[in-house]
Design a protein around this ligand. Structure first.
Ligand code: SAH
Length: 235
C-alpha cells in the first residue's frame, strides 16, 4: 500500500500537524497511512532578510507573496513535478466539496499552498498550475487552517483511517443528501423519547424513515443539494 503524501507550503510550519495530529486522523499519521510535511516558504528566499512578500503592483493595501519565492518553494517540494495535484487555498477558488475530497483521496497525495497577506502573485498560480480551492465564502487571515480543513476531509477517507467504512457511505453528501438525525440511549431524554420506528427492529421501516428524514432536512436546509440529488447521474 502506498502512503498518501501531503505537503503544505506555509509561513507557519509550526502550526502543523496541529489538529491533524489528534484522534483517528492523527492515529493514521502515526501509523503511516498518510504522511505530512510542512515546509517553510521562507526557506526558499535568497536575500539576506529572507523576504517573502512585497508591495502590490498598482498600489493598494497589504503585501503580496512573491512569485519567485513561492515557485522555488514548490519546485523544492516536488522536483520536476511528482504527479501530485497542487492546490492553493484561496477565497477565489472552487468550493471545497465532498466530491473533491473523494477525488483527492484516490490520488497519490497533494501539495497545498497556504497563502497569507493580500494573496499570491498571479504569475506563480499560472506558471505552477495551482488549482485554487476555497473552504467557504468568508475571508480567513491565512490559508493554514483552510489547508487543515481540506486535509482532514481527504485523509479520513483513506483506507484504514476511520476503521468503519460504513459510516462514510451513509454520511452527509455521500448521496447528495444531508444525513438523517441520530439517537442513542437514554430512551427518554428530558421528556423526549427516541422515535418509535428506530426501536422497532424493522430494518426496512428504519431505512425508509431515515431516507425520509434526510430528504426533509435537505429540502429545509439545502434545497440546492436536493435538486442535484434528483438530477440524472452525471457522466
Ligand atoms: N485578499 C484576498 C484574501 C486574502 S486572505 C481576497 O480578497 O481574496 C489571506 C490568505 O488566506 C489567502 O491567500 C488564502 O490562502 C487564505 N484564505 C482566506 N480565506 C480563505 C477561504 N475562504 N478559503 C481558502 N483559503 C482562504
Amino acid at each position: 500500500m502506498t502512503t498518501f503524501a501531503a505537503t503544505v507550503l506555509t509561513l507557519f510550519p509550526e502550526l502543523f500537524p496541529g489538529p491533524l495530529g489528534a484522534s483517528l486522523v492523527g492515529r493514521g499519521l502515526a501509523d503511516g497511512l498518510w504522511s505530512l510535511e510542512a515546509r517553510n516558504i521562507r526557506d526558499s528566499t535568497t536575500d539576506r532578510h529572507r523576504t517573502v512578500d512585497d508591495t502590490p503592483s498598482g498600489g493598494g493595501a497589504g503585501m503580496v507573496l512573491r512569485a519567485d519565492v513561492l515557485a522555488a518553494a514548490i519546485d523544492a517540494a516536488s522536483p520536476a513535478g511528482d504527479g501530485r495535484p497542487r492546490l492553493l487555498m484561496s477565497p477565489r477558488g472552487v468550493p471545497m466539496t465532498q466530491a473533491l475530497a473523494r477525488e483527492l483521496a484516490t490520488g497519490p497525495g497533494v501539495i497545498i499552498v497556504a497563502g497569507r497577506f493580500e494573496g499570491v502573485d498571479e504569475r506563480v498560480i499560472e506558471a505552477r498550475g495551482l488549482r485554487e480551492v476555497s473552504i467557504g465564502d468568508y475571508v480567513l487571515s491565512g490559508g493554514d487552517i483552510a489547508a487543515m480543513v481540506v486535509l482532514d476531509a481527504v485523509v479520513r477517507l483513506l483506507p484504514g483511517v476511520l476503521g468503519n467504512a460504513a459510516s462514510i457511505e451513509s454520511e452527509s453528501f455521500a448521496d447528495g443528501l444531508l444525513e438523517y438525525p441520530h439517537y442513542t440511549r437514554p430512551q427518554v431524554f428530558e421528556g423526549r423519547p427516541i422515535p418509535d420506528v428506530l426501536t422497532s427492529g424493522d430494518h426496512g421501516k428504519i431505512a425508509a424513515w431515515r431516507r425520509g428524514e434526510a430528504e426533509r432536512l435537505t429540502a429545509e436546509r439545502r434545497p440546492d443539494l436536493l435538486a442535484a440529488a434528483h438530477a440524472p447521474p452525471r457522466r
